[in-house]
Design a protein around this ligand. Structure first.
Ligand SMILES: C[C@H](O)[C@H](O)[C@H]1CNC2=NC(N)=NC(=O)C2=N1
Length: 101
């Protein structure tokens, strides 16, 4: 069943528990700074493995030692759903071990 788009209030409530994340252009977004290029690549690969597990995928942008994450749910026309929040939480959980800030 298609996930339900979240209301603005629901998104704000979710962001309260996602430090550094924002709701921009209909997507949940965060940019991580990493200790170096290979650390950024390692985080990208780790996120990709979780995305495959969840079958839910963000746009990941690698720029030297920075990694951008931007996600919404394509199957409901590019709206933010609980699936996006769950992915953001998974990324937030893994990021510190990669030295991300
Ligand atoms: C067939 C596959 O399950 C779907 O295309 C998945 C893949 N990853 C996805 N990722 C995102 N962000 N939104 C989707 O609707 C989506 N759908």
């Amino acid at each position: 069943m298609a996930p339900k788009p979240l209301t603005g209030q629901e998104i704000e409530e979710a962001l309260a528990g996602l430090p550094g994340w924002a709701h921009e252009d209909g997507r949940l977004v965060r940019e991580y700074a990493l200790p170096g290029h290979l650390a950024a690549v390692a985080l990208l690969v780790h996120i990709a493995t979780v995305q495959e597990e969840m079958d839910h995928h963000a746009d990941l942008t690698l720029t030297y030692n920075r990694l951008g994450v931007a996600v919404n749910t394509h199957s409901v026309g590019g709206k933010v759903t609980e699936l996006d929040v769950r992915l953001a939480r998974r990324v937030e959980e893994m990021a510190p071990a990669h030295g991300a800030s």
